[in-house]
Ligand binder design. Structure first.
Ligand SMILES: Cc1cc2nc3c(=O)[nH]c(=O)nc-3n(C[C@H](O)[C@H](O)[C@H](O)COP(=O)(O)O)c2cc1C
Length: 396
């Protein structure tokens, strides 16, 4: 377990945790190894639920032989169950293991059910309003953590959930101007809006909490996006956050579940390499401008004009999203297969992959370090010399 630091613990459903949370990162970037290693140190580690079959050679083989939707969907649920079990074993009873589920994913209810059945400690839901999450988990002792970006969204979820007799066990506030992956804003031009500023949200929520008769002890707030140093952790914990969530810096740790090339792309990216664009979900997203994304963005308007409004068959057969710009012919959305691109990034295919990344520089520059080193730097400001180089990526 992690040594001494000076911050108050983050308390979720009665469990005392380090106040640094590892954010869920799909496809396969945060699987059992990263989440389990983070939990082992006494923090909340998160498995991203989407499309985990890519980490399991036997399931990937089955899916190559039969790529019907049923086989792919079943393989993903088996993979999620295996990843939860392996993460729990690695954690050894420390910390918490969460499962991140994106509401925009068509199988979200199946992922939630599997997370509950396989003994995850928490469900963290973003990419859409998780208004029905309490119903999906009724009768299960599991922490529920929505991801939102402004006080209005938080107030809405708190009020709707209160009517169902449930409060979130914590809320992640993700800042669209800094975070990696899909961003909680409809228009890229709006991402610097003042309503996403954490201190403004804290102030607005003081009134909302008071009107509902609840306190931060009931629903702690965790801020996410661009938190990349001990100073930033201190700043936000002192400004009123109960915890911070970190994504990109964990993705590039030794224990991160992606191929080493994935980590190199993220760690070596300069500010000019990091771009925002419209994803097939219709939401803006942030990633590194690697060869495929560069090509896609240069041709985006031509692609839109040509196939933007044409409905196409899902190229993988998984139909991963409830609404997909490519499959459903939604012109203003993105037009590429996100599952294929993210899976290519996971296996280190720099030419063809889509590499999500937050906007800010990394705590260890472009060095790949361990989860323990990262937590120590963020929580204490101490950066020890690197000691071990472990190979991280393995298709099991
Ligand atoms: C590679 C990558 C994949 C991500 N995938 C997801 C995801 O599947 N679901 C989700 O809710 N957030 C996802 N995120 C967001 C992170 O969980 C986290 O909140 C965010 O990256 C925090 O910003 P930071 O990267 O600057 O620390 C992803 C981020 C990255 C960098």
């Amino acid at each position: 377990m992690f040594p001494t630091h000076s911050f108050s613990p983050l308390v979720i459903r009665g469990r005392q945790l380090l106040p640094v949370v590892q954010g869920g990162m799909g496809v396969g970037i945060s699987a059992h190894r990263l989440a389990g290693s983070v939990a082992r140190e006494g923090a909340l580690g998160t498995i991203a639920s989407i499309d985990l079959r890519h980490h399991h050679a036997d399931l990937a083989d089955e899916c190559r032989e039969d790529h019907s939707h049923e086989t792919l969907a079943r393989a993903n649920l088996i993979a999620l169950g295996r990843e939860i079990a392996a993460a729990r074993q690695l954690a050894g009873g420390n910390g918490m293991i969460a499962v991140n589920v994106m509401k925009a994913v068509s199988a979200h209810a199946d992922y939630v059910r599997t997370a509950c059945e396989e003994g995850a400690d928490a469900i963290v839901m973003g990419a859409g309003l998780p208004l029905d999450l309490p119903d999906m988990t009724a009768g299960v002792d599991i922490a529920l953590v929505p991801i939102l970006s402004d006080a209005r969204g938080v107030a809405l979820v708190l009020k709707k959930w209160a009517k169902k007799g449930r409060l979130p066990d914590a809320i992640v506030l993700e800042h669209p101007a800094h975070a990696g992956g899909h961003l909680g804003v409809t228009d890229i031009a709006d991402m610097d809006n003042e309503r996403f500023a954490f201190d403004r949200i804290f102030a607005d929520l003081d009134e909302v909490y008071a009107s509902l008769g609840i306190t931060r002890r009931d629903v702690p707030l965790i801020v996410a996006g661009g938190i990349n140093s001990h100073e930033a952790v201190r700043k936000w914990l002192e400004a009123g956050a109960n915890g911070v969530q970190v994504g990109t810096p964990f993705a590039v740790t030794e224990e991160g579940d992606a191929h080493p090339n994935f980590k190199r792309v993220l760690a070596d990216a300069t500010p000019e390499d990091i771009v925002e664009f419209v994803s097939v979900t219709g939401l803006p997203a942030r990633a590194v401008k690697t060869p495929w994304l560069d090509r896609y963005l240069r041709n985006e308007s031509r692609i839109r004009a040509k196939i933007g409004s044409i409905k196409l068959a899902c190229p993988t057969g998984l139909d991963c999203l409830s609404m997909c710009g490519l499959r459903d012919g939604i012109e203003k959305f993105g037009h590429f297969c996100i599952d294929t691109r993210l899976a290519a990034a996971l296996r280190g295919d720099v030419s063809n992959g889509l590499f999500f990344r937050g906007r800010e520089s990394l705590p260890f520059g472009n060095a790949i370090r361990s989860v323990r080193d990262l937590l120590e730097l963020l929580l204490t400001g101490v950066s020890r010399p690197a000691v071990a180089k472990r190979a991280a990526f393995a298709l099991r």
